[in-house]
Design a protein around this ligand. Structure first.
Ligand code: ATP
Length: 466
């Protein structure tokens, strides 16, 4: 087995990623003109494209590729009894400690053991308070009265919306155990420590799939889903030596879990959780049976109408955290020769320059193709617009006619655009264009007519080279 990495291997730092994300319109601080809102971020034009693309690849992977997994979009606001049944009202707490001197607040479970034992602040050496339990659920009121009868929570996980709909789905979709329900949606947690950009935020999105199985088959399915989820990151072209499994020890298992494994990614700030795969047993459905008074047993019509409460295997990934992971994973800086267009633009010998490039898999890149006319004049801009028009239906496209062609390639590299199509004078004569590849910077001449097909093929066959 290869040795485990201890440090992030790429050139990315959180400062560089945060600055690029803002500069290029991936992610902005929420309410920035008012000084920003802690724990909340806004996704700009490139960010929302990237987020949508991650969600689409996950949805395809988890639903379209599996005949026995269906989708759901449940409401964020749920009956408050849901959260009593799920155990969140009682147990969804973080242990908090404060430094009496510098007033910094920490999660006790995130403190180095030495500081915890000696009650000493890792920032200033001051004395720490004892740990207090702090519930992470956001509480608000529904309706005009602000009393205890009107309390409602913003959901802290999407999972419960799936559990309370499990019978509806069985009755309406003809699914049979084993089957899964997938959902992507917002979740809210009153996180006290929200550093590291979008890693841990108060408002975030989850991509969860809950798989319902017969008790006794749960361990086998648990392993199957672990393999499947690992394979997903492989397909996305993530650096696999930056991923690892970590099993939860008995002391950190959530109140509902029999077994839990995290997929961790080596971020610039170290190994951190990206996704959890959990064996939630029959805990949730048993509790909902108890609290709602509804019978949530599964009736197995293929096996003598056997009745049982299914076990649930959960795969729970953060969508916004995956976006951060992909920004870090794809970020690269390299020295390259300045580029020209292959169609005959004039210029001296190419000097060397640095480029920043996001090596996204083309299937998730925010913009798939950028169309660039070599010149604005002589009908090249119109021709380029026309070519872009032909690609729009099938791909997210961009158009850029400002500045030297090399500068425009650099801008697209920084946005992670895998393909550029350059339109030059030759294009007007023979109907060919230059197709330029982001990773290799290779340029090939291709007929305009087959462009869409060629790009589709390139996406399918994409292999990351660095
Ligand atoms: P932690 O212990 O770090 O607070 P957790 O183990 O409670 O996290 P889960 O409840 O298993 O996290 O959530 C599943 C996934 O949802 C996580 O792997 C992560 O990708 C994402 N997630 C959880 N909390 C946040 C958050 N505050 N901000 C962004 N993503 C989050």
């Amino acid at each position: 087995m290869s040795k485990e990495l201890t440090e992030y291997q790429g050139p990315a730092t959180m400062e560089k990623i945060t600055s690029l994300a803002k500069r290029r319109g991936f992610v902005f601080q929420s309410s920035e003109i008012y000084g920003g809102q802690n724990g909340a971020w806004d996704y700009g034009p490139l960010g929302i494209e990237l987020k949508n693309r991650i969600a689409q690849t996950w949805w395809k992977e988890m639903t379209r590729r599996h005949d026995n997994i269906v989708g759901l979009d449940a409401a964020i606001l749920m009956h408050p009894r849901t959260w009593e049944a799920s155990g969140h009202v009682e147990n969804f707490t973080d242990p908090l400690v404060d430094c009496k001197k510098c007033k910094t607040r920490f999660r006790a479970d995130h403190l180095p053991p030495k500081n915890l034992a000696e009650k000493q602040c890792p920032e200033c050496g001051g004395e720490l308070t004892g740990a207090r339990k702090f519930n992470l659920m956001f509480k608000t009121h529904i309706g005009p009265a602000e009393d205890s009868a009107s309390i409602i929570y913003l959901r802290p996980e999407t999972a419960q919306g799936i559990y309370v709909n499990y019978k509806n789905i069985i009755q309406s979709s003809r699914v049979k155990i084993p089957f899964g329900i997938a959902q992507i949606g917002k979740a809210f947690r009153n996180e006290i420590v929200t550093k590291n950009f979008i890693f841990r935020t108060c408002e975030f999105e989850q991509m969860e799939m809950q798989f319902f199985v017969k008790p006794g088959t749960d361990e086998e399915w648990f392993n199957t889903w672990r393999e499947q989820r690992w394979g997903y990151y492989e397909k996305l072209g993530v650096k696999m030596d930056h991923l690892r499994w970590r099993r939860h020890g008995p002391e950190e298992l959530a109140h509902y879990a029999k077994d839990a494994w995290d997929i961790e990614y080596l971020f610039p700030m170290g190994w951190r959780e990206l996704e959890g795969v959990h064996n939630r047993t029959d805990y949730d459905l048993s509790r909902h049976t108890e609290f709602s008074g509804k019978d949530l047993q599964y009736i197995d019509q293929d096996h003598h109408n056997d009745r049982y409460i299914p076990f649930i295997i959960e795969t729970s990934a953060g969508l916004t955290r995956t976006l951060l992971m992909l920004l870090c994973d794809s970020y690269d800086e390299e020295k390259v020769l300045a580029e020209k267009d292959s169609g005959g633009s004039e210029g001296a010998a190419s000097p060397e320059e640095w480029r920043t490039v996001l090596r996204f898999h083309p299937a998730i890149a925010p913009v798939t193709v950028a169309v660039l006319p070599l010149m604005k004049k002589d009908g090249l801009a119109e021709l380029a617009e026309d070519i872009r028009g032909g690609l729009k239906e099938d791909f997210t496209t961009d158009y850029d006619q400002a500045g030297a062609i090399g500068r425009r390639y650099r801008r697209q590299d920084e946005a992670g655009t895998p393909f550029c199509v350059t339109v030059d004078y030759r294009s007007k004569e023979d109907g060919t264009v230059t197709l330029r590849f982001r990773d290799s910077m290779e340029q090939v001449r291709v007929p305009r007519a087959g462009l869409g097909e060629r790009i589709r093929q390139e996406i399918k066959e994409y292999k990351r080279i660095k």
